[in-house]
Ligand binder design. Structure first.
Ligand SMILES: Nc1ncnc2c1ncn2[C@@H]1O[C@H](COP(=O)(O)OP(=O)(O)O)[C@@H](O)[C@H]1O
Ligand SMILES: [Mg+2]
Length: 449
């Protein structure tokens, strides 16, 4: 019978949830202190520390509920509560928007550190808003969700929930994930200054090296063909979160085919592709876009008969025309002043370099997490090429992971953390960008040295 019953499984589950909430709450308080220091004392934010805190939140939202619609606790609760359960909708929505919100904070943070004290106020406001959302989220869970769950769920429900979560190695139950959280907490405590209760270990306060903890995209044994002609032969390639990875190779090597396969526009015959732990091959291309995999195809494909402004809006067409889109548009204009200046002109009238900026701006409107750039420097004058590579580095500094396909091997490798060399559809070399630049084989084949 569906008799509510408070047994061992429910106690264990809710106990761990509350414990994690407590840890989270401490970190929220710390962030609050740091934000007040900035706001009231005028102290410059420590980018490394704040990013470590954002990493914690991000890990939390990803690990706890990486599949929000499949969370058994929510599902059972909905079934047992009957009718609608608005608080649940709200909690789920929080998880879905968390990544974007965090990404936005990282961008504001980086800008603020670069242009200090400019941008401080904007960052403080955004941090404050984020903090409030997080607090509300925890309070909703503690005060409404858990009491309600204890009331209506059966012990069998709780056991099923615990089992489902064990499978995902969820932080609430899984040992390995709990360890990851411990590590992230230690990092925060080490970095935090003494006056807020940290150990104040000295460190550069700016982000120099991107974090490379997570494999974002893993390609294993990928095979792709046009009809009966096989173009990609068991390609293996990995991109970690925060990296710039370049893929260089001669014309016809299969670089664009690989990017199209990642966007879901080119069939894959064999191999595995994993994006943030999920099997990418099962996703239709629109889902890939929604999850932040955004491709900028080669050849600067602008809508020639539309204005610059409308071209940019096309990048956000799935998102309607809300205030967020306006803000993103403003940000793109901030980054590419030339686009603002030419916003009413037809895109077909722009120069090659301006069109390249336009297609990159359009991609930014879709809020990329992994930006796939196909030959962005092709056919552009040297000074414009420099500018494009600078922008790529800046976007990466703001947290966007970049997969850069180029025939222009020297500049691409110099701008990248790691690189791969593709020859006739096969990866023949891989390594750190600078090492590949020194490599004799690469120098002979691609750099003409
Ligand atoms: N639509 C297509 N139909 C048939 N063959 C194609 C098509 N597109 C590309 N190819 C062939 O696939 C190979 C790889 O092309 P591509 O991926 O465009 O190389 P890259 O981007 O490295 O220059 C080339 O031999 C090319 O001729
Ligand atoms: Mg190509």
């Amino acid at each position: 019978m569906n008799q509510p019953h408070k047994g061992a499984a429910s106690q264990r589950a809710t106990g761990t949830i509350s414990e994690e909430h407590l840890n989270l709450w401490r970190i929220i308080l710390l962030l609050d202190r740091l934000q007040k220091d900035m706001d009231q004392q005028g102290s410059e934010p420590d980018e490394v520390l704040i990013n470590a805190i954002l990493d914690y939140f991000e890990h939390y939202s990803e690990r706890v509920q990486s599949r929000p619609n499949e969370i058994l606790l929510f599902e059972r609760l909905r079934a047992r509560a009957g009718g609608t359960f608005e608080e649940l909708d709200e909690l789920e929505a929080d998880y879905l928007t968390a990544h974007d919100a965090l990404q936005h904070l990282r961008v504001l943070l980086h800008r603020c550190v670069e242009h200090w004290p400019e941008g401080g106020e904007e960052l403080c406001t955004a941090l404050d808003r984020f903090n409030q959302t997080l607090r509300r989220h925890i309070l909703l869970e503690e005060q409404i969700l858990i009491p309600q769950a204890l009331k209506v769920l059966t012990e069998a429900d709780w056991t099923a929930i615990a089992e489902a979560r064990d499978q995902y190695n969820d932080p609430l139950f899984g040992e390995r994930v709990r360890e990851e959280f411990r590590d992230l907490r230690h990092r925060i405590i080490n970095l935090a200054p003494e006056h807020v209760g940290g150990l104040g270990i000295s460190h550069p306060t700016r982000m120099e090296v991107p974090p490379d903890r997570h494999e974002m995209l893993t390609i294993q044994g990928l095979v792709s063909s046009y009809g009966r002609i096989q173009v990609l032969h068991e390609v293996d390639l990995t991109i970690r979160r925060g990296e710039i990875v370049s893929l260089v190779g001669a014309n016809g090597a299969g670089k664009s085919t690989l990017l199209m396969a990642l966007s879901g526009l080119q069939p894959v015959d064999a191999g595995r592709v994993t994006y943030e732990g999920e099997d990418l091959r099962r996703w239709p291309s629109h889902r890939r876009v929604a999850q932040g995999i955004i491709q900028v195809p080669e050849g600067r494909q602008v809508f020639r008969d539309m204005t610059v402004h409308d071209n940019l809006l096309m990048g956000a067409y799935t998102r309607g025309r809300g205030q967020e889109v306006e803000q993103d548009l403003e940000r793109v204009y901030g980054r590419f002043p030339i686009l603002r200046q030419k916003q009413r002109q037809l895109a077909g009238m722009l120069s090659g370099g301006q069109q390249q900026m336009l297609v990159m701006g359009r991609a930014l409107m879709a809020r990329p997490r992994l930006l796939l750039l196909d030959e962005p420097s092709m056919g552009l004058a040297p000074l414009v090429v420099e500018e494009i590579f600078d922008i790529i580095r800046e976007l990466n500094q703001e947290g966007i992971t970049i997969f850069l396909v180029e025939q222009n091997a020297s500049q691409a490798l110099a701008a990248s953390h790691r690189g791969y060399v593709l020859e006739a559809g096969r990866v023949v070399l891989e390594g750190r960008g600078e090492d590949l630049l020194e490599n004799e084989q690469v120098r002979a084949a691609y750099l003409g040295i």
